[in-house]
Structure formats: C-alpha cells, structure tokens
Write a new protein. Structure first.
Length: 375
C-alpha cells in the first residue's frame, strides 16, 4: 500500500469515500505479495494493483460493490483448469483479497494507518481477515507508543497490539490467529480471529561510498529499488548535489567516520546495503573494516581481483575474522559482462536483490523451481 498511501490520504482529507482491496494471503506463485493494494473511489478512479493485471477487473468490480453495500468482503482468486475463462491467476498460484469500504469519519484505525504510511512513520496496520463476520475489516494502527482504532473486544485488541508491535520491531508482515480472548489458537482457524499485519518501516538504506561516475548510476538504481540513498566522499569537489541528483543526500566526510557515526546513532540496521566504489585503500580499508564488523545486509566493494586479494590481506591484518572477511562481496556485482556505469549498476543491484531474496543468480529458463524466493 505504500505506493498509493499519499493518494489515499488525499482522498481521505477531501472526504472522498473509496474502497481498498488488499492482498492478505498468497499461496504458490503470484505476481504481487501480501500488502499489495488497489483502491477505487466513488467516482471510479483506480490506483494501485493487486495482481499485475490478472484479476484487476474483478477486484475493481468488488470495490465498486463494497462502496454500494458498505460491507467488506474476502475473495480468493486462484488458477482454474476446469474453466479457462474463469477470473484467476495465470501463474498457477492463489491470492486472498480483502475489500473494504472506507467512508469519511469512519474506520479510524485504517485512516490512521494510511496517514502514518503516507507520512513515512513506522506503523503496523492490523486488520481482521477471518473470524466472526461483524469483525471483518476491523482495523488497528499500531505504533511503538500507542494505537488507533479497535477490534471490539478488549483482550483480543490488547493481544493484537502486542503481537503487531513485535512484528513492527522486526519489520515483518504476516498473519496471526488469536482467540476471542487474545490467546493463540494453535492453528484452529475455526475457533479464532485471523489478523493480517502489515509492517511499514522507513525504507532501507543504501550507502554509496566514493563520488565516482559509477556512484551516480548505483544511486539512481538504488532509489528505483526503494532505498534511501546516501553518497559519501571525503572530497568536497566531487561530493556535490549537482553530480548526484538521484541521491537522497550527499555527504562530505571520511567514509569510515561517517559510517561509525551512523552506527552510533542507530541509523543502520540489518537491511542496510554498503557499496564501496572508491578504488583507494586509504578510504576502503578503514571503511570495510568497520562495515564488516556491523550486522548489515550487504557489503560490496569495486575493484579488480588483484585489488580484492590485497584488501583481504589488509583486512585480516586488521584483525577481522575469516567469517567477517567472507561477508565481503568483491569484486562487486554479478557477472553480466557490464562495462558502462549503468550496466555496472544493474550488475550491483542484481546481486543485492539476489542476496536479499535468496536468489541463485541463474537464468530462470535454466531451472524449473519457484520463480519467487523467500530468503
């Protein structure tokens, strides 16, 4: 929902009713994951997507019906071999979609969640997707400090807030099954209330060190992938906003000092990606020594194989363990035969995505396993 939150917030502020369709469950292969959303306002305008096209028309009709009836609904879409013309997913998977009307002044939990997502604030949006019919679509917006909305039962609501806060702290989206008294149901779906929890946290960070020509292309593709991008270099003549318009921020500082400051401030986490493009040992080694000691998602460095061997020797001399040294992705990127900065940026981004999602970096045509991975 993140990509349409600002539009939904604008509709809410203008008092425009709309229906929101959200993917709350995925089985097998599907074009979009849990949390993908499509919204339709009272005038028929649509934003977002739940399937990349397979079932958009049917979901659009469900949204219009929800606006007319005022009632939420859960609909499952899957592949049907019996009826080739049935609405479904051509990829063979199945999705469950929650469609709920949102009217001005109502749905306080959902409205608060949309506002938080639009503002970029951390929030877990909790919605009832199974259980007693009167609860379907009931929503909570949970933050680290409090919550908005309600689920109609105090003990259930209290348990849902605690569980959602834990998922928010981990940056995870998932489903919960709780009894009406808030206790875990142990998988007995018929006895409980199913909750879908979407965690929205600030975007992951991409730190690009070295204000070289390749850095501009890496910054642009990092922004395209949803990262908050920082370009850092100790040389003010190169580290300028004009040279890196695709970055969220450009910093003039010694790379290792900037990284240490960000770590001390708690601004880095297990999703942070570090790309070292400086080609200069006096910058690279202190920076890599610090980065490889931190629990970051990915640390890569540009350079030849000879440069890599020299780096590894220096890092070992600096006291890094073999496990820490093995975390270094160098030479950076996948072997795509890249030469230009833009091609190199694609190679780097491909390795980052593969590392994040658990991809094996082989052509999809070369295998017969699942297309989508869960790392």
């Amino acid at each position: 929902m993140r990509e349409i939150a600002e539009r939904l917030q604008a509709w809410t502020a203008a008092g425009r009713p709309f229906a929101l369709a959200t993917v709350v469950s995925v089985t097998g292969s599907a074009p979009r994951g849990p949390g993908a959303a499509l919204a339709v306002d009272g005038g028929g305008e649509a934003v977002g997507s739940v399937s990349g096209g397979c079932v958009e028309g049917a979901v659009y009709e469900l949204c219009q019906e929800a606006l007319r009836s005022g009632r939420p609904v859960i609909q499952r879409f899957g592949y049907s071999e019996e009826d080739a013309f049935a609405v479904g997913l051509t990829c063979g998977g199945s999705v469950e979609v929650l469609v709920q009307p949102v009217r001005p002044g109502a749905a306080a939990g959902l409205a608060a969640g949309i506002a938080a997502v639009a503002a970029g604030a951390p929030v877990a949006l909790v919605r009832v997707v199974g259980g007693p019919e009167p609860l379907l679509g009931a929503a909570l917006a949970v933050t680290a400090e409090g919550h908005h909305g309600g689920l109609g039962a105090e003990r259930l609501e209290r348990a849902a807030v605690l569980e959602a806060r834990a998922l928010l702290a981990a940056g995870r989206t998932g489903r919960l099954l709780l009894g009406g008294d808030g206790r875990p149901c142990g998988g007995r779906a018929a006895d409980g209330v199913a909750l879908f929890v979407e965690s929205y946290v600030p975007p992951p960070r991409l730190l690009v060190f070295g204000a070289v020509d390749f850095a501009g292309a890496v910054a642009r593709i990092g922004s395209f992938l949803g990262y908050r991008v920082t370009v850092c270099d100790a040389r003010p003549v190169f580290a300028t906003r004009r040279r890196f318009p695709g970055a969220d921020e450009v910093v003039v500082d010694w790379p290792h000092r900037y990284l240490a400051g960000q770590a001390a401030a708690g601004a880095l986490d297990g999703r942070t990606v570090v790309c070292v493009l400086t080609h200069d040992a006096k910058f690279d080694i202190p920076l890599l020594e610090a980065a490889l000691r931190l629990p970051l998602a990915y640390v890569g460095a540009m350079g030849s194989r000879r440069t890599h061997r020299d780096r590894v020797a220096r890092l070992r001399d600096a006291g890094l363990t073999e496990e820490q040294v093995r975390r270094l992705r160098s030479p950076i990127g996948l072997d795509l035969g890249a030469r230009t900065p833009e091609e190199t940026a694609v190679a780097v981004a491909a390795e980052v995505v593969a590392h994040r999602r658990g991809g094996n970096c082989q052509p999809l045509a070369a295998g017969n396993g699942p297309i989508h991975h869960n790392a």
